[in-house]
Design a binder for this molecule. Structure first.
Ligand SMILES: N[C@@H](CCC(=O)N[C@@H](CS)C(=O)NCC(=O)O)C(=O)O
Length: 213
């Protein structure tokens, strides 16, 4: 089997540590027990070699032999294709994993990302704009609360790569206490992040960035 190489920044400032999206892939690769190594690219200088792999100059991306894949959702699908630990083998289960992967990005992260950018920037004051984005997140969390009230995991009563992505997206809301009114979402995040693969992925990311301080 070819070695998977996962690319992330060499260093990032303190606030995003533990939340940089390479974590999604570290977590998936740990769950699947697939061999991989992590390589660094400069956070400060994003040169043409970087842009050739990730057109927005962001991280993560991965290489698998000659193949280079960017976008965390596409990368998760790529890795999930390699392991039943991340995706069931039947048509329905596979389709549902894809649905929830897209839902995590296009429906939930589409709301949580602008919210978290405003929050990180201190723009969460008493403004119409903040109320709009806060309400947008509440709309999505209310629906996820209903889904997770009677499901431990999103697909086929078992953990899949869809849970890696959804839990990682919702986890950022927990950081700011936004899950206080959403007990099923909070329990889901706690359940997912108690998994040994998450704990290792998270600790590995923290030490990777700390090593460059
Ligand atoms: N949609 C992309 C988003 C990637 C992304 O936002 N990466 C962040 C780190 S988690 C980044 O590189 N930020 C620096 C920047 O945007 O310049 C994905 O899911 O892979």
């Amino acid at each position: 089997m070819q070695e998977i190489v996962l690319y992330t920044y060499d260093w990032v400032p303190e606030p995003p540590r533990g939340f940089v999206r390479d974590l999604r892939l570290r977590w998936a690769l740990e769950e699947a027990g697939l061999p991989y190594r992590v390589a660094s690219v400069s956070f400060k200088e994003r040169g043409p070699d970087h842009i050739a792999h990730q057109p927005f100059g962001q991280v993560p991306w991965l290489t698998d032999g000659e193949l280079s894949v960017f976008e965390s959702g596409a990368m998760l699908l790529h890795v999930a294709e390699k392991s039943e630990a991340l995706m069931p083998t039947d048509l329905k289960g596979r389709s549902e994993v894809r649905e929830w992967l897209f839902a995590a990005l296009a429906s939930v992260e589409a709301a949580t990302q602008p919210w978290s950018i405003l929050k990180f920037s201190g723009l969460d004051g008493d403004t119409k704009e903040w109320a709009f984005f806060d309400n947008f997140v509440d709309l999505r969390l209310k629906r996820m609360e209903a889904v997770l009230s009677d499901h431990d995991w999103l697909v086929a009563n078992r953990f899949t790569s869809a849970d890696i992505l959804m839990a990682d997206v919702i986890r950022l809301m927990d950081r700011f206490g936004k899950l206080a009114d959403y007990p099923a979402c909070k329990a889901y995040v706690d359940r997912a992040t108690a998994r040994p693969a998450f704990i290792k992925a998270h600790a590995d990311q923290l030490s990777h960035f700390a090593a460059a301080d």
